[in-house]
Write a new protein. Structure first.
Length: 136
């Protein structure tokens, strides 16, 4: 059963994977298409998930190492900054009346989003490894 942080990460990663395929379509707008509707839904879900990352990571730290959760504080601060930057980017894209494949390609290339994804890969690897060790 995935932890809260894993579920949040999965939502964000699912959105990113969809945006990669959307960017490859060469669309000039999202208006009136099923892909455009899905894009907006996934971006909106990712935005909510990004907003929950700090609390989710703090909860995971407490669950993994209750007596030493402060070890995660510096990482959580970094994650929070990356999440804030990514949230601003995703929010700006969602605010546009038309979202082109090129705009999504630029979002995907953003250093802010890439930093957040790397943070997510690190924390999910830690959580997964710790869970595997605990169950063996």
């Amino acid at each position: 059963m995935p932890t809260e942080i894993e579920a949040l990460c999965d939502t964000i990663e699912d959105c990113y994977e969809f945006t990669l395929s959307y960017a490859a379509r060469g669309l000039t707008t999202d208006e009136g298409s099923d892909a455009g509707r899905q894009l907006r839904e996934k971006l909106a879900a990712a935005l909510v998930a990004i907003g929950g990352l700090e609390a989710g990571c703090r909860a995971a730290a407490q669950e993994l190492e209750p007596a030493q959760a402060e070890k995660y504080d510096a990482f959580i601060e970094l994650l929070s900054r990356d999440a804030q930057s990514s949230s601003a980017m995703v929010g700006l894209v969602l605010a546009q009346p038309a979202i082109s494949s090129q705009l999504i390609d630029n979002l995907n290339a953003s250093i802010h989003l890439r930093a957040l994804l790397t943070d997510l890969f690190v924390i999910t690897e830690i959580v997964g490894t710790r869970q595997a060790r605990a169950s063996s």
